[in-house]
Design a protein around this ligand. Structure first.
Ligand code: DGJ
Length: 699
């Protein structure tokens, strides 16, 4: 039974880990234990007595509360901050009862305010098989006057005391996303957030906490990720009592939510977990989680072509057919037309909002191109940017009030565009109708959903103007969710000028994300390496483009993109016969291993910055096949070796790689290092197969 009621509270056990909570004398919820599953039930400790220190640091201040509210002598960052109608601004929640439902994998604890009709349900849901716990809260107003929520985070959690911790998180900017940071947690409060209305290029709503000695393959690590695509915040407080408390949720900056009488607010879920096999172990749990979210978890992603980098906005029937002809020859399976196809769109200055084919470029609509693409044996995909509008568009001329704005302020454009106010139900309905028409009138298998700026002048004329950030994201989810449900076969991609909205929340709607507009392979290697710490490779779209072509061979560029869902975005009309033949071979090789890459387990190797090496390998779900990639990005160092061992194979089975001339057991591959002495921009791909059957796929 994964949820155990013991004399001290509740123990939540997953396959390998446990999380124990209990009630304080004040009937607040606090953490008893978080770590590996313990052998005996009475191993789980009771809630320790948290003695106060001084009148300034009472017991309330030092207790590891699970959902602290602003009240009394706590003076810690609360998860919940309210204002009641009479001006009272603190919240005293007392435990009422616990409910265990859903075949005993969900524990819901009810807390009521001592005086006001405010009720909070704190929910824990076990994803026991993948060692992850989902946490969220539902806040209800049972009275007859509104209550204002000024912060309504999803959860707080605490790292076991007596440890030194580093926080691993991901920062970036446009064209430079997914930089990994690993820093000791300083005393005080570290805040990561987005105030942009999206999860953003700049910080990512997930973090791992590890000891300084934790590596890819060894040591403990605690992790958390938020299922939300709007403005968010994470607060990590390293206290003067040498404890670490972390909370996360919808950003409370410029946030307020007017909880009407009878209404409820459900905070987005945070998923937390513990792993003791190094960062790798945490990644595999996070991958399993993301795989559960995407709309088409089992489907192998087709190899796509997209001409954006070759043509920019200059698309029309004839030129797109030309690209499609060559793409089909190369073995591409999905032909995607990017920006530039719709009414008035010849640059980024006009057209957004008018989602019908430009009559000059596509006089007979999209059908002739789609028919051509399908006759070549490919599926057809299309780019859209539904949340945006150019002032120079029919939509804006008809509905200038639909764009986010303050009536007294100028409207700030970015890339010549404004943001539609998706908080408005009429805007949502318009988008649902318009895009439904586009998808029903045309045979479209794939949609790339872009978003090329962040929210400004977030005006809203509802009773609580600051609700707009939250309502916008709810509106986005409603539009996208309705389309996903109406057109269940469509594969969706989330793009926001590269990786500006690549989060767990969006992966419930999108099967894959666009990592960055930077496709230069040596920049992509670290970005992909870091992205794969959190998300699985079938969600990672990776194109071979012309960036880096002067220095890097085609094989190197392809190998980098073959570590995710392969696409081609180069100007293939300029490739000569030899390049086309090489690309055809590499695409065929990818198709032979994509089930290993996309659906398998990823094992990252520690990069070697001195030699410029990166390596990773993928082990198929049945552990019978493995694809190993090794890269040497340019490095000024002279020749420098790199050693790789292949973990994750069945220990007893024998695996062979003909190109290496090696056959040995899974244990042998894990312990006998392979030595690589690569030249700059040289890469290798080897396929290991269990029980050699005469059919190696070696390249
Ligand atoms: C930004 C995306 O990241 C690019 O791939 C491309 O789709 C452009 N937008 C189109 O405007």
């Amino acid at each position: 039974m994964p949820i155990i009621v013991d004399p001290h509270g509740y123990v939540l056990e997953t396959a390998h880990h446990a999380y124990a909570i209990g009630l304080t004398p004040e009937k607040e919820l606090a953490l008893r234990y978080w770590g590996p599953k313990l052998p005996h039930r009475d191993d789980y400790p009771p809630l320790p007595r948290h003695e106060g220190w001084a009148s300034f640091n009472g017991a309330e201040h030092v207790t590891p509360h699970e959902y602290p509210t602003y009240r009394g002598n706590k003076f810690t960052e609360p998860c919940l901050k309210t204002t009641f109608a009479d001006g009272v601004r603190d919240t005293w929640l007392t435990f009422q009862r616990a409910i265990i439902v859903d075949e005993e994998d969900t524990l819901t604890l009810r807390f009521d305010d001592d005086h006001y009709p405010l009720r909070v349900y704190v929910v824990y849901r076990l994803l026991a098989d993948i060692d992850v716990i989902e946490r969220y809260v539902e806040i209800q107003n049972h009275g007859d006057t509104p209550i204002t929520l000024e912060r309504a985070f999803s959860a707080m959690w605490h790292l076991p005391p007596a440890g030194r911790y580093e926080m691993i998180h991901f920062t970036g900017r446009w064209f430079d996303e997914w930089q990994m940071q690993r820093d000791p947690l300083p005393r005080g409060i570290t805040r990561l957030d987005s105030k942009r209305g999206t999860s953003s290029h700049h910080h990512h709503p997930a973090a791992l906490f590890a000891h300084p000695h934790t590596t890819e393959t060894h040591g403990e690590c605690w992790f958390a990720t938020l299922e939300y695509s709007g403005s968010w915040a994470l607060l990590a407080e390293h206290t003067d009592f040498d404890t670490v408390r972390v909370s996360m949720g919808v950003n409370d900056w410029d946030f307020a939510h007017r909880l009407e009488a009878g209404a409820s607010f459900i905070a987005p879920s945070v998923f937390v977990g513990y792993a003791d096999g190094g960062l790798q172990d945490a990644s595999q749990r996070l991958h399993a989680l993301a795989r559960r979210k995407v709309p088409h978890p089992q489907q192998l992603r087709p190899v796509l072509y997209n001409s954006w980098e070759a043509t920019a906005f200059h698309v029309d029937v004839q030129s797109q057919k030309r690209y499609a002809d060559i793409a089909a020859e190369l073995g591409v399976e999905l032909f995607v037309m990017d920006d530039g196809w719709f009414h008035g769109r010849s640059s980024d200055a006009a057209g957004l909002g008018d989602w019908f084919p430009d009559p000059k470029k596509f006089p007979d609509g999209l059908k002739p191109l789609i028919d051509h693409v399908k006759a070549l044996g490919m599926q057809f995909g299309l780019w859209i940017e539904p949340e945006m509008v150019n002032p120079d568009s029919d939509l804006y001329r008809a509905h200038p009030d639909w764009a986010l704005h303050y009536p007294t302020r100028a409207r700030t454009t970015a890339r010549n565009q404004l943001v539609l106010n998706l908080a408005r139900p009429d805007v949502q309905d318009y988008l649902i109708d318009t895009l439904s028409r586009l998808l029903s009138e045309n045979d479209i298998a794939f949609i790339k959903w872009d978003m090329n700026r962040n929210l400004t002048e977030a005006g809203w004329d509802g009773p609580e103007p600051k609700e707009v950030w939250w309502r916008y994201v709810e509106g986005l989810y409603r539009v996208w969710g309705t389309l996903r449900d109406r057109f269940p076969r469509v594969i969706w991609q989330s793009c926001s000028g590269g990786g500006g909205r690549a989060d767990l929340g969006i992966l419930r709607f999108a099967d894959q994300v666009w990592l960055s507009d930077n496709t230069e392979p040596t920049r992509r290697l670290p970005m992909q390496h870091h992205y794969l710490m959190l998300y699985p490779p079938n969600t990672l779209e990776a194109w071979v483009t012309d960036m880096g072509w002067e220095q890097m061979p085609l094989t190197f560029r392809f190998h980098v993109s073959m570590c995710g869902s392969l696409g081609v975005g180069a100007n293939i009309t300029r490739w000569d016969d030899a390049q086309q033949a090489a690309a055809r071979d590499l695409i065929a090789q990818y198709k032979a291993i994509r089930h290993i890459v996309q659906q398998g387990r990823v094992y990252r190797h520690e990069p070697d910055p001195r030699g410029g090496y990166y390596a990773l390998h993928f082990v198929s779900a049945d552990q019978r096949e493995c694809a190993l990639f090794v890269f040497r990005a340019y490095s000024p160092e002279p020749a420098h070796p790199y050693y790789v061992t292949v973990r994750g194979l069945l220990p007893e089975a024998r695996y062979g790689a003909a190109a290496l001339g090696i056959s040995r057991s899974g244990t042998g591959w894990a312990h006998v290092p392979l030595r690589f002495d690569l030249q700059p921009f040289e890469s290798r791909l080897y396929v290991l197969k269990a029980e050699y059957d005469g059919e190696y796929h070696d390249f």
